[in-house]
Design a binder for this molecule. Structure first.
Ligand code: PEP
Ligand code: MN
Length: 338
């Protein structure tokens, strides 16, 4: 349920409503728009609350039930779009954020070299996998904590915040000790115990769409995190399974503007996994930015041919720099900057 405050509601009246919600055992999300303040109630059984208990309060204009099955993620829940601050980098604001780096951290030198190069080209967040969810148990599984240490070193050297994947609830502590954003991969989009655990910790969460998840399933997955009280969730389209085999996955461009309509959360596009082919990364990234994506995630490797994972879809350092140059005017054409 949301409570819409009157335009002229006083701060003390907003505070009274917030206190009443908290006294009932629920969490609160405050969104102050230009015209009015909306107070969102977060809790698994919030539907049991009676509207009348708030409608009589001073400063309250009305209460509203969110009709979508996803409540906190819904556009109705928040008067303003969510902007996530990651060590001073806002995600969901006017500037399009580019997250770049290798699929897997393969060693200290390669992640540091890549970090410097992507920063130089204009990336604002460094990515790199240490715990890898590989389709085969015989494939490289990531360097684990050693990889996280190299990633943190690359952050110290470049100042770029870092994102990396977490696969199990047990790993949240250790990954959270090193990373600035915790990534949930496509194979874990519906791992509800992982999602719940991520709702109870403070780091921002980057939630990928499962390769066979509908948009509604993705939003319901985000709700597991949001309903725990962690509002810093971004959603990522990374390609879905279709009958098409010419590309690794089918990047669902529809998802970008549709998610922007349905939710206040930032929307990210991953054209590397979405296509599986480096030559398609730039055109699909351009499409995603034009369609309204708030951020792009791309895989970049100093030597893609020798990459331990996802080489075919990885950009060389030079190709990444070229991508940034190509994307800038596209961002400008939709009123954004890169
Ligand atoms: C990745 O980002 O390297 C990754 C494993 O992505 P996905 O979960 O989308 O397959
Ligand atoms: Mn990858």
């Amino acid at each position: 349920m949301i409570i819409v405050m009157q335009q002229q509601a006083k701060p003390a009246q907003v505070e009274n409503v917030v206190r009443r919600i908290e006294d009932l055992g629920y969490k609160v999300h405050l969104s102050r728009g230009e015209a009015r303040t909306i107070i969102g109630i977060i809790g698994a059984d919030e539907h049991l609350i009676h509207e009348s208990s708030f409608e009589a309060m001073d400063g309250v204009e009305k209460t509203m039930r969110v009709m979508q099955p996803y409540k906190v993620a819904s556009r109705d829940f928040s008067e303003v779009r969510t902007v996530i601050d990651v060590n001073g980098v806002p995600i969901g604001g006017q500037r399009i954020v580019v997250m770049a780096g290798p699929c897997s951290i393969e060693g200290r030198e390669m992640i540091i070299e890549t970090a410097h190069a992507v920063k130089e080209a204009g990336a604002t967040i460094l990515r790199g996998g240490a715990f890898k969810p590989r389709s085969s148990p015989y494939s490289f599984q990531g360097l684990g904590e050693e990889g996280l240490r190299y990633l943190a070193e690359a952050r110290e050297e470049t100042g770029l915040p870092v994102i990396t994947e977490v696969m199990t609830p047990e790993d949240i502590q250790i990954v959270g000790d090193y990373a600035d954003i915790l990534q949930v991969g496509a194979r874990n989009t519906q791992n509800y115990s992982l999602l719940r655990a991520l709702g109870n910790q403070p780091k921002p969460v980057f939630l990928k769409r499962g390769m066979s998840s509908t948009i509604e399933e993705l939003l319901m997955s985000s709700e597991y995190i949001l309903s725990g009280g962690n509002m810093n969730v971004m959603l990522c389209e990374r390609g879905i399974r279709t009958f098409e085999t010419a590309t690794r996955f089918t990047f669902d461009i529809n998802a970008i503007p549709l998610l922007k309509e349905l939710t206040h959360l930032p929307v990210v596009a991953d054209p590397a996994h979405g296509t599986g082919k480096h030559s398609l990364v730039t055109p699909v990234a351009m499409g995603a930015v034009a369609a309204g994506a708030d951020a792009i995630m791309v895989e970049v490797h100093p030597d893609p041919a020798a990459a331990w994972s996802d080489g075919p879809q990885s950009l060389t350092l030079d190709r990444f720099a070229a991508l940034m140059k190509t994307l800038a005017p596209v961002a400008e054409s939709v009123g954004r900057t890169l």
